[in-house]
Structures are given as C-alpha cells and as structure tokens.
Design a protein around this ligand. Structure first.
Ligand SMILES: *Cc1c(COP(=O)(O)O)cnc(C)c1O
Length: 253
C-alpha cells in the first residue's frame, strides 16, 4: 500500500467523519434514540498524532488506544483538553500502572487479576477508574472477555473492589457472514446490559454498551449500543510500520 501523507490522511478523515456521524444519527433514530445518545469513540491505533489532533480540532471528542506503548508515545502531544482518552486493547496486569491518570476508562477488563491490580493501584493513588467488562459473546478462543455465563458472578466480585467503577460492557463479536447472526450477538449483549442494570449492584452502572466497529457500527446501534468504536472507516485502512505488521491487530485488536 502506498504511504499516505499526513495531509491526505487528514483530508480522508474530513471526508469520512460527517458520513459516519450521519450514519450514527440515522441508526440512533431507527432505535428510538437521539444521535447524542451515542458516543463515537475513534479507534486510533496506528494513526499519527498529527492526524488525531486534526480530528479533535474537527470535533472528535473521544478516542481509544489499544497498546500501552503507543498510548504513552502519543500521550504528551495529544490535545487531551478537548478529547476523552480511553483504553480499548488487551491489557497486561504489569502495565496498568502506566494508564492511571491518563485514561478515563479501561474497556477491556476480563479477569479478576486485572481488576484487582487496577483496584490496588487506584487505592494507592487515591483515585478511581471506570472500567467496562469485556464479554466474549462468541466464545472465541482467540478473543478476550468473560464468557456470558461467568458475567454475573464476575461482576458481583468486581463490585466489591474499591477504586473501581463498572460503567458498562464491551464486546467484539465474531466475524459474521450474515447480518442476522451479528445482530443476535449484539442483541444478546443488550439483554445482559439491561438485566445487569436491573440488579442494581453496588459500584456497577450500565451507562455504556460499547460494541460495533467500522463494518458493523450501524447494526450495533440499532441493537442498542451506546458507544461505537470506529477506526478504519474514519481514518482509512491502517498502515503499520512494516516490520511489526504481523504482530498487530490479531482478532480485531
Ligand atoms: C481497532 C479496533 C476497533 C476499530 O476497528 P475498525 O474495524 O478499524 O473500525 C474497535 N475496537 C477495538 C477494540 C479495536 O482494537
């Protein structure tokens, strides 16, 4: 693939952004909601800092990074005053310490070990962290997330950890040939989201249902997503540094 210049990438964003917002608004109305009820999180892995800040200057107000190192590299230069920064990738316990004070939410919590480490560090720093619990809705071995039947017991345990606030659920469904199949996964997630909210667990709110990416965000919203995480549809196809290409982006991460 030809390397795109920064200005080409910015122009590409400018072209895509209004179309994505329009589609989000359409899908929101189809599901009986308002466009502003849906948060667009831009998945900015591999996107250069200059392009991200350009996107923020155009109104982008929420972004998610996948890899701790990449987040740390970009962080000092990010226009953070105008944009909420979240973490959406798989997270090793020993890297939690780099995220505290930098991201507003960790979307990929799927083990007690990870939750306990976030809790421990938050207590030590006298701070709090919002988390989403990731659900492995398609029961795929290649993906993170708690299995659906483990979700409630997991939440009950996590709800007792100080320093953590569960703010909702996140999922990356299997690649589906049929939209109907995809919508079954999204709808199943929405049902867990509603059922858990009704249980009113301490420290557990269902404010955010994060699902849907470039290829399926419209379906996800129509099935109840309150946040969509969109990368390539906003910024164009990802360009990886050549040597690292095969290590990255396994299973949509
Ligand atoms: C990269 C990524 C996305 C966005 O993927 P696109 O298909 O480019 O929209 C969403 N969620 C997570 C967790 C990601 O890693």
């Amino acid at each position: 693939m030809m390397e795109r210049s920064l200005s080409e990438r910015m122009a590409q964003f400018d072209e895509n952004y209004p179309l994505i917002l329009e589609e989000i608004a359409r899908a929101a109305r189809l599901s009986g909601r308002k466009p502003e009820d849906i948060t667009l999180l831009a998945a900015t892995k591999t996107v250069p800092l200059e392009v991200i800040n350009h996107a923020i200057s155009r109104g982008l107000s929420c972004l998610g990074e996948n890899r701790v190192q990449e987040l740390l590299d970009k962080y000092p230069g990010l226009d953070k005053d105008r944009c909420d920064v979240q973490f959406i990738g798989r997270l090793q316990t020993n890297k939690v310490k780099y995220l505290l004070g930098k991201v507003s939410c960790i979307q990929s919590v799927d083990s007690m070990k990870l939750a306990q480490e976030i809790s421990r560090l938050c207590q030590r720093e006298g701070t709090e962290m919002k988390i989403l619990v990731e659900v492995n809705i398609g029961r795929e071995e290649s993906k993170g997330g708690v299995l659906p039947e483990e979700l409630l017991p997991f939440l009950e345990k996590v709800s007792k950890l100080p320093g953590l606030r569960v703010d909702g659920l996140m999922t990356i469904p299997p690649v589906c040939a049929q939209k109907e199949e995809l919508c079954r996964y999204f709808s199943e997630m929405r049902q867990y989201y509603v059922d858990i909210a009704a249980k009113r667990l301490d420290n557990v709110s269902m404010n955010c249902l994060s699902m849907g990416m470039s290829s399926d965000f419209s379906e996800a919203i129509q099935c109840g997503a309150t946040m969509v995480r969109v990368g390539s549809a906003l910024f164009g196809a990802r360009q990886y540094p050549a040597a690292k290409e095969e290590n990255l982006d396994l299973g949509g991460r």
